[in-house]
Ligand binder design. Structure first.
Ligand code: ADP
Ligand code: MG
Length: 774
């Protein structure tokens, strides 16, 4: 049902009335006396002013209201009157839809809800429901639905749309953005291109009704919060929901840009106006509190009472009038929706509202389609921007050699793939986890079911064969699982054992190696000592040999000297008796010759076979023939000396021979030690072991180390004690001390003092006997 157009000019400013149904508290005993009556044509409305009805008792009320003498009727005509039976759909389709259509055509449209608090302004504009298709939906959601339906219907055409939404509140003359709580105390600006607008008000591009609902919810929550904080805020604040629809239509004539704006205004409670009007004292205060509504009234008055077309309209007296400047007598198709309550209590407010609405009817708006190039600039700008970006993108994608872009694209792709991979892995994991949980839950349920003492077929559940079977199965499963776990643990243990053994082996090897090193070092030291000792001994022997040779030389010269003495004294010495230095023994013939000599002259006979002296010196002959005795003694002395010399020589020769042999043997040994390459071999083995041990262990290296250790052991066992013992043997066999003594005695020259000769001789003989022949 479309509202009847009274005339062309009023089409741009509609005034509709909505009477809300009575509230529960307004109905007494199921009866309600309404002050309002709407005509069936939906254009006329009567409001009954019952005189002093408050004095009438309840039981007389019915009769009282029937009597025309008791009331005065105020009659009004509006573009549309919605009675208390009207629905949200009806209101939308017969009134709001026209505004939406205008907006889609590119007009500025405004729907302004005016009325006393509690008359249904918010209900009509919002509807307290965001459930799609709910019959409670108000004008704002329905408008948006229509807009999107329209856009969808036009989706195949060449028209491009852009829908944006803003939501603001004016409270105490302060504008705040309900969709951006941080945007407070905003200012109204005006420029030629945009007209009047709120600076810094957020605009939200929306592509679907749910997105709008989200915004509305957010904004309303903000408004509700404010109302709880400041008492009755909503009745003192204006809420403006702004929907901007931009569209570019490609026509045969070219592009056509249109920008339509729909302002959906939920004004503050109008009761303040009446109150302020009624009492002058509170006028100022009320003006302050609700300045805007007063200003609205003033603007409307100015607009309707203006005698000249260019008289002053006080738009700037309040934010709401300034903001809605276009809607009030300007470039806008405006719909006033005045809400009234039918209750007798609200009569004054209702009448006031109706008067206000009636006045508003006279406002003359001059709407025009916003085809201005600048109005569509934003959408065009976006389109141009998008086109430019698209072009750029095309160019970039066409350039395969553009390393940066392709690289970035690749990276992006890779990142995307990685993300997907991770996500799928994560999903898989959570799936597994879920399964696991499910299984666990099932198991737990099973257990709890089993635990409960349920009776199945008169039997305890644990006694049923099914239970036994299930139990056995379960036990078997658990046993198997444990067995597996045990095996795993055993394997782990073995691994640890092996590791430990390996470590021990290493330790042993290192210890062995250390021992070998110590042994080798000792042996090297010993060898060095041995060599030094042998060298010393060798030096000593060589020295000794030299000395002996010197002695022999001396003795020989002494023998020659003695022979000279004998010759000089004309003493006869058996030629055979003269000891040749080369002669070492006295033969048997010489012995016999000595025996044939007269006993008085027989002094001394050497017996080489028995290696002893035979002394036969007769003492009496010395006494009876002193001269003879002296000469005999001299002779004997000479012989004795000669014999001794000969013996000395003999002994020296024997010693010399032996020493020579020993020296040769020692030299051989030194040579042998110096040539001994077993030490080098041992060194080599140690090097190999060290090299293998510094590497990480493996079978080969360990077996190599073992081989080398074996070799070292063999070397050690073969040589064990040998150098040392040999050395000791040599030392034992070389009676240095003794030899030294003997030698020292041997080399000591016989004293020339004749008095001491005999005792000394005896002592020497004795000693020689002891040392050499014992
Ligand atoms: P206002 O915004 O004008 O202060 P509300 O929209 O909050 O008033 O309405 C006040 C109460 O009246 C709400 O509970 C609302 O549901 C109810 N109401 C208002 N108008 C109607 C209507 N036409 N039909 C049903 N209930 C309504
Ligand atoms: Mg409200």
């Amino acid at each position: 049902m479309k509202p009847r157009d009274k005339d062309g000019s009023n089409e741009n400013l509609r005034v509709v009335i909505r009477v809300r149904p009575p509230m529960a508290r307004e109905i007494k005993d199921g009866k309600f006396i309404s002050t309002v009556q709407a005509a069936p044509d939906h254009q006329q409305l009567c409001i009954f002013d019952y005189h002093a009805i408050e004095m009438v008792p309840d039981e007389d009320l019915e009769a009282f209201v029937q009597n025309p003498a008791n009331y005065t009727i105020h009659q009004f005509t509006f573009d549309y009157v919605y009675d208390q039976e009207s629905t949200q759909v009806e209101v939308y389709e017969t009134t709001a839809a026209l505004s939406v259509d205008s907006t889609l055509q590119g007009y500025n449209s405004t729907i302004m809800a005016y009325g006393q608090t509690g008359t249904g302004k918010t209900y009509t504009m919002h509807g307290f429901s965001f459930t799609p298709n709910s019959d409670q939906l108000g004008i704002i959601p329905r408008s948006l639905h229509s807009i999107f339906t329209h856009i969808q219907m036009k989706s195949n055409s060449s028209t491009t749309f852009m829908v944006r939404a803003s939501y603001l509140q004016i409270y105490n003359e302060s504008i705040s953005d309900l969709l951006r709580p941080d945007h407070q105390q905003l200012n109204i600006r005006e420029d030629k291109k945009r007209g009047v607008f709120v600076e810094n008000l957020s605009e939200w591009a929306v592509r679907s009704p749910p997105e709008i609902y989200q915004l509305m919810r957010r904004g309303n929550a903000k408004r509700v919060t404010a109302s709880t904080r400041m008492n009755d805020t909503s009745s003192r604040s204006h809420a403006v929901f702004i929907i901007t629809v931009e569209q570019i239509e490609e026509t045969i004539e070219g592009k056509r840009a249109r920008v339509g704006k729909l302002n959906l205004v939920d004004l503050a409670g109008s009761e303040r106006v009446r109150v302020t009007g009624a009492t002058g004292i509170r006028l100022e205060e009320s003006k302050k509190i609700n300045q805007s509504l007063s200003a609205l009234g003033n603007v409307i008055s100015a607009l309707t009472e203006a005698k000249q077309p260019k008289s002053h309209i006080p738009y700037r007296d309040s934010k709401i009038t300034r903001l809605l400047e276009d809607s009030l007598g300007g470039n806008c198709k405006t719909t006033f929706m005045a809400m009234i309550s039918p209750a007798i209590d609200a009569f004054n407010e209702s009448l006031s509202t109706l008067k206000f609405a009636n006045r508003a009817k006279n406002i003359k708006n001059t709407p025009m389609v916003n085809q201005d190039q600048d109005q569509g600039a934003l959408l065009r700008k976006y389109q141009l921007e998008i086109q430019k970006l698209k072009q750029e993108l095309d160019e970039r994608t066409k350039l395969p050699l553009d390393g940066n872009v392709s690289e970035l694209e690749r990276e992006r792709q890779k990142a995307l793939e990685d993300k997907q991979e991770v996500q799928s892995a994560y999903e898989q994991r959570s799936k597994d986890l879920d399964q696991e949980r499910q299984l666990r839950k099932q198991l737990e349920e099973k257990i709890s079911a089993l635990n409960s003492q349920m009776l199945v077929g008169g039997q305890k559940i644990e006694e049923t064969p099914q239970f036994q079977n299930a139990l056995e199965k379960q036990q078997k499963l658990i046993r198997e699982q444990y067995q597996e776990k045990l095996q795993e643990l055993e394997k782990e243990r073995q691994n640890i054992e092996e590791d430990k053994a390996q470590t021990d082996k290493y330790k042993q090897l290192l210890l062995k190696q250390r021992d070998i090193m110590i042994a080798l070092t000792n042996r090297l030291n010993e060898r060095d000592e041995t060599i030094l000792q042998l060298q010393e001994e060798l030096d000593a022997y060589e020295k000794l040999q030299k000395e002996l040779e010197d002695i022999i030389q001396t003795k020989q010269s002494r023998v020659e000297q003695l022979e000279d003495i004998i010759k000089q004294n004309n003493l006869e010495i058996p030629t055979n008796f003269v000891i040749n230095s080369n002669q070492t023994t006295i033969n048997t013939k010489q012995q016999l010759l000595l025996a044939e000599m007269p006993s008085s002259k027989m002094l001394l006979v050497a017996d080489p076979s028995s290696n002893s002296y035979i002394q036969t010196l007769p003492q009496q002959s010395i006494n009876h023939h002193p001269s003879e005795a002296v000469s005999q003694y001299e002779l004997k002395n000479q012989i004795e000396i000669n014999n001794k010399l000969q013996l000395d020589l003999k002994i020296s020769r024997m010693d010399q021979e032996r020493y020579k042999k020993e020296v040769t043997s020692l030299q051989n040994q030194v040579q042998k030690y110096e040539n001994d390459n077993t030490i080098d071999q041992a060194k080599k083995s140690v090097d190999i072991i060290l090299a293998q041990l510094t590497k990480p262990a493996n079978g080969n290296s360990l077996s190599m180390v073992a081989q080398e250790l074996q070799k070292l052991q063999i070397i050690l066992s073969e040589k064990e004690g040998s150098p040392k013992k040999q050395l000791q043997k040599i030392q034992y066999e070389s009676p240095n001390q003794k030899n030294q003594e003997i030698i020292s005695k041997l080399i000591s020259k016989p004293s020339k003092s004749s008095n001491q000769l005999i005792p000394q001789q005896k002592r020497v003989k004795q000693k020689l006997d002891d040392e050499l022949w014992s």
